[in-house]
Design a binder for this molecule. Structure first.
Ligand SMILES: Nc1ncnc2c1ncn2[C@@H]1O[C@H](COP(=O)(O)OP(=O)(O)O)[C@@H](O)[C@H]1O
Ligand SMILES: [Mg+2]
Length: 315
């Protein structure tokens, strides 16, 4: 496991890693979002990005896109320092609710994100057209694409958004909270779809979410953010009392019940608790109750497993 800094990753990459952070510090205004953080994501990995509201999941993705410059350190994508407009990255941003009201036909919507799109001329050339059909096939979305966005369910729109991200054959997908406002059934189908496509194409995915459980059966590793720190490793390595207590800056218990994992602060389920605040999110709210964010370093973090959770890893 990598816990803020160097450390061997679970697999040896055969080629340049898809994503590398080297002693990266990210700042927004006066706030330090990530401090001196390093990790490596390899090709073909599906990474769940977890952490409380405000932990920096979105900021990290924007930094990988070159939209937030690193205050210190280097971020590399496929061995190259980040740059804006990198065609090897597909991005699904977090705010998408406005799409629900749009009358635009699914296929046209997907095509809008393709290179060469011009207003009123969505199918600029044959290569773009072929790419649109390719990505619609990948997500099983050809039929959906005949209908306007406004007539699709949240899960169906998510399918088309995924198709958009796949245009141009990216090697890394950054999917920011694709499960927000989906019911559990649709959450499951979106996660399974992303997993299938990710494997089929052999690409890497960073998939952020509030809750770990919908991702448990699909992810290769988890990247957990909190208190300016990042921990990357398998679920068993990261979702433990010592690691999460450090990230939340307060004592955390990890409970496993029937193949599900609950991250608790006292009797409050912290991931769920955060999620309840999702809809009044207006940028500047405070959410310090469940996880008093200790921004000081707490050293002496342990890499050993929490022995109190029984470790029945039937997930
Ligand atoms: N432009 C900005 N200037 C200053 N702080 C910001 C800005 N945008 C976001 N933040 C703050 O940075 C922190 C990280 O935000 P974000 O990356 O959106 O977290 P997450 O996606 O994990 O919820 C939050 O505390 C947020 O309020
Ligand atoms: Mg976010």
């Amino acid at each position: 496991m990598t816990l803020t800094g160097r450390g061997a990753s679970a697999r040896a990459p055969t080629t340049a890693p898809v994503l590398e952070l080297e002693q990266v510090t990210l700042e927004l205004g006066e706030r330090t979002i990530l401090r001196d953080t390093g990790f490596v994501v390899n090709q073909g990995e599906f990474i769940g990005v977890l952490g409380p509201n405000g932990a920096g999941k979105t900021t990290l993705m924007r930094a990988v896109l070159g939209l937030v410059p690193a205050a210190h350190g280097v971020i590399r994508v496929l061995g190259q320092p980040v740059e804006r407009g990198n065609a090897s990255i597909g991005y699904m941003p977090q705010t998408r609710s406005a799409l629900a009201g749009r009358r635009v036909r699914g296929r046209d919507f997907v095509a809008m994100a393709a290179d060469g799109h011009r207003w009123g001329l969505p199918y600029a050339d044959a290569a773009t057209r072929a790419d649109v059909e390719r990505v619609l096939d990948l997500v099983g979305g050809r039929k959906l694409a005949e209908r306007p966005l406004s007539e699709l369910s949240g899960g169906e729109r998510q399918r088309l958004l995924l198709a958009q991200c796949l245009l141009g054959n990216p090697k890394l997908l950054l999917l920011d909270e694709p499960l927000i406002s989906l019911d559990p059934h649709h959450q499951k189908s979106v996660v399974e779809l992303v997993r299938r496509v990710q494997r089929e194409l052999g690409i890497a995915v960073l998939f952020s979410a509030h809750e770990l459980n919908p991702l448990l059966n699909s992810i290769d590793r988890v990247l957990y953010l909190g208190s300016g720190v990042a921990a990357l490793g398998t679920v068993d390595e990261v979702i433990t009392r010592p690691v999460l207590s450090r990230l939340y800056g307060s004592p955390i218990d990890v409970m496993r019940v029937n193949g599900r994992i609950f991250v608790m602060s006292g009797d409050v389920e912290v991931e769920k608790h955060d999620h309840e605040h999702e809809h009044d999110e207006s940028g500047g709210h405070s959410h310090s109750h469940a996880h008093p964010q200790a921004h000081g370093h707490s050293h002496g973090h342990s890499h050993q497993h929490d022995s109190s959770d029984g470790h029945t890893h039937d997930v």
